[in-house]
Design a protein around this ligand. Sequence first.
Ligand code: NDP
Ligand code: X2W
Length: 334
Amino acid sequence: MLNTLIVGASGYAGAELATYLNRHPHMNITGLMVSAQSADAGKRLAELHPQLKGIIDLPVLPLDNVAEAAKGVDVVFLATAHAVSHDLAPQFLAAGCVVFDLSGAFRVRDAAFYTDFYGFEHQHPEWLEKAVYGLAEWQAGALADAQLIAVPGCYPTAAQLALKPLLDNNLLNTAQWPVINATSGVSGAGRKASLKSSVCEVSLQPYGIFNHRHHPEIVAHLGTPVIFTPHLANFPRGILETITCRLNAGVTAQDVAEAFHNAYHDKPLVRLYKEGVPALKDVVGLPFCDIGFAVQGEHLIVVATEDNLLKGASAQAVQCMNLRFGFPETQSLL
Ligand SMILES: NC(=O)C1=CN([C@@H]2O[C@H](COP(=O)(O)OP(=O)(O)OC[C@H]3O[C@@H](n4cnc5c(N)ncnc54)[C@H](OP(=O)(O)O)[C@@H]3O)[C@@H](O)[C@H]2O)C=CC1
Ligand SMILES: CC(=O)N[C@@H](CCC(=O)OP(=O)(O)O)C(=O)O
């Protein structure tokens, strides 16, 4: 059994992590942590997330001493804001824990990226260098001996799963940058109440045009320029990305299907559509990324869907943990 701590356990991603890890046969949850000043400290997780009543009977505790909290702990999941993870991860790593960070604090090996897009100066270049980017389907080898795993962003997960097989097989004419139009439900903004993410206030609107922090994350890891436009919609959870690309001359729908098949036929958490494209409702609450496509001449449209809190966050973190420790890839996820 591995002793595990979830930090940020009362948040949306943290509660999903708790659900998965609570039913994992090799994991023992030793603590559910919130900030030292949290108004929720001492409350039972099931009080905050009533769907967990009768399933998890643990309180959330204030994290006031990291060294103390890390004692006897093998694995830490950080479901905390970027700046919080940036400060906490090195402390848990120094205590010998394996850390899965769901934030963006260690995703891109470029310190300037953090000043430009996250509003803080990165203080831990050595960990930025060592962190393994946990796009699980593509990183099984590197995950095996990683101590710090940077779990990809929600939008970048779907975008990269959709585009990587096409780019790796040289099917795209990259002179026309892939155009990623992505729509997310409001849980993407976290649990803290805010007018900006209230379902009554939100209708459907693009945001972060040309400057969302997930744009450079996608470009850094795909190695090709893209246009990325996120949209916020008034449903609770899920992300749908419609990605428009240009194929190289002579590339057929069959070539596209083969590239996806070869990449994912043995990857249980990516589901490919042989016909048609996926809808959000078929993936919400599940740990999959679903991918479908259509071709007309040299034009390709790929549609990728996922639950932002699951394959876009907690499920991918647990999938990475399973790969890291040699457990079945979908253990506790399906
Ligand atoms: N929501 C999503 O769709 C996705 C989220 N992520 C990332 O996952 C992380 C968590 O996101 P999400 O669950 O939405 O966020 P929430 O806002 O829902 O939850 C944040 C959690 O962190 C706790 N917290 C805040 N400050 C501290 C601190 N200093 N020490 C310990 N705990 C603290 C909060 O509790 P309290 O304030 O009471 O202390 C709460 O439990 C973020 O980095 C986010 O970017 C990644 C992919 C998708
Ligand atoms: C709808 C919404 O607000 N989504 C968030 C992204 C989700 C998230 O938490 O970002 P990471 O994946 O980088 O951790 C945003 O646009 O900032």
